[in-house]
Design a protein around this ligand. Sequence first.
Ligand code: M3L
Ligand code: AKG
Ligand code: FE2
Length: 351
Amino acid sequence: MWCRRLSHLQSRLQDLLRGRVTCWALQQPNFKSLFPLAIHWHHTASKSLNCVWQQHEDHFELQYANTVMRFDYVWLRDHCRSASCYNSKTHQRSLDTASVDLCIQPKTIRLDETTLFFTWPDGHVTRYDLDWLVKNSYEGQKQKVIQPRILWNAEIYQQAQVPSVDFQSFLETKEGLKNFLQNFLLYGIAFVENVPPTQEHTEKLAERISLIRETIYGRMWYFTSDFSRGDTAYTKLALDRHTDTTYFQEPCGYNNYDRAVINTVPYDVVHRWYTAHRTLTIELRKPENEFWVKLKPGRVGAKLKRCQVLFIDNWRVLHGRESFTGYRQLCGCYLTRDDVLNTARLLGLQA
Ligand SMILES: C[N+](C)(C)CCCC[C@H](N)C(=O)O
Ligand SMILES: O=C(O)CCC(=O)C(=O)O
Ligand SMILES: [Fe+2]
């Protein structure tokens, strides 16, 4: 139902009379009864369509599917999907965006069934399906359900009883992989159980969902407290919660240990940063925000036992450890975010 405040319609009417609004397609017969003047409306679509548009000086306004959308004219020209503007095989734009006149306006706009046709001054015709416009408009995107995320603390996560996925099911079934990724996207961590405790099997798991990112620590890292690298990770010391590789141009996430000297901002901004850092750290160190996992050892003595693999989204969850004694070896790798999200999307998940 297109029901605007009367004052709004009157101001629109004044626009109309001043020639600023060039056309409407209105399917509300009762609309005319609001105004004494007879106004000529383009009834170019089936009555049930209920689609109204206005061509303003600097944008195109469309009301359809209970959404009021506003489109820039350069945008409407730039997103043309005609054969000369768009390669439908590669889904790539052929049109040179920089060639579009920034003051472009359509010469005519026509609605035929559910397609809007824009004819540009050079005669080029761009067609848009109404549903495509809703889906790809700024206003339509705002309504889109974004990937749900569950914010949790230790209690919430424990109570959620999030099931782990079995190694075999993860590797061999779409269902197992999808369930794992669904949990990973919802919580930012997810477990695979029953994994043979070898680097090869861990690598196989990782490659199931992503490319493995090679770094200065190697492709798959297999490390222990031998200080083979000049880093606390290669000791028995505790590690406070953190994320890794904050010193990379494409870090996994931020980390206090590795933070370099702050010398890019003046002292007063530095102090504001420390205050914000303190607020964050207090929150992060609240016991209720710590979820402790005792990773099952894959090897006890000479006996190999199946273990579990934990995947962490470094943009959502930090990791750390307690100090320990005895021999401990950890195997893992860094995954590329784009590829994890791509695998999730290929399985139909919102990521
Ligand atoms: C051992 N492993 C490769 C997993 C991590 C090494 C990370 C070292 C550094 N402190 C950082 O947080 O980036
Ligand atoms: O030893 C662990 O459990 C984690 C070590 C760590 O955080 C790291 O290597 O970055
Ligand atoms: Fe780490």
